[in-house]
Ligand binder design. Structure first.
Ligand code: SF4
Length: 164
């Protein structure tokens, strides 16, 4: 399956907890003021890659804790993002994902990908709520949601570093 990407960061320390393979997906329709990655917006920009190629690069790095789907908007390429997410879960890695959608407003076809995501950072970047002190998110409106606990408890549970 093909995936349109803006870039890959094979070892990232800033896109979630631990050492992560970050996939910057190409395409976003939001145009948030102050967006840090405007080059990821064009739906026909970036480059096409095979998901299998990305999956094998992830598999080769035994130091990774997980992967991060970011962008761009991962939920514009649900099937290809899910192919990667599903594969890496089988390697025992965790999956973080950034989205401009609010969790409660994700489209219905997001469900298969959501099931393979452990942590979701949701909401648009809002420049007036930007805060450089925040860990793993750009503006205060964004939430780092622990989706495993959210599913277990059937209510939004935020991620915390120590899992508590
Ligand atoms: S959702 Fe993310 S990538 Fe898209 S415009 Fe907003 S900050 Fe940029």
């Amino acid at each position: 399956m093909q995936i349109r990407i803006a870039g890959l960061v094979p070892e990232s320390y800033v896109d979630g907890a631990g050492i992560r393979f970050a996939i910057f997906m190409q395409g976003c329709l939001r145009n948030c003021e102050g967006c840090h990655n405007p080059e990821t917006h064009a739906l026909d920009g970036g480059r096409l890659m095979n998901t299998a190629e990305i999956i094998s690069a992830i598999k080769r790095n035994t130091l990774l804790d997980g992967i991060t789907l970011t962008g761009g908007e991962p939920f514009l390429q649900i099937d290809s993002a899910n192919e990667i997410a599903r594969a890496v879960k089988n390697f025992g890695l965790n999956v973080w994902c950034y989205t401009g959608f609010i969790f409660e407003n994700l489209p219905p076809d997001a469900a298969p990908l959501l099931r393979n995501i452990d942590v979701l950072i949701d909401g648009e970047f809002i420049e007036s709520q930007r805060d450089l002190e925040l860990q793993f998110r750009g503006s205060r409106n964004q939430r780092i949601i622990d989706l495993n606990k959210t599913r277990e408890q059937n209510k939004i549970v935020l991620w915390t570093e120590n899992g508590g």
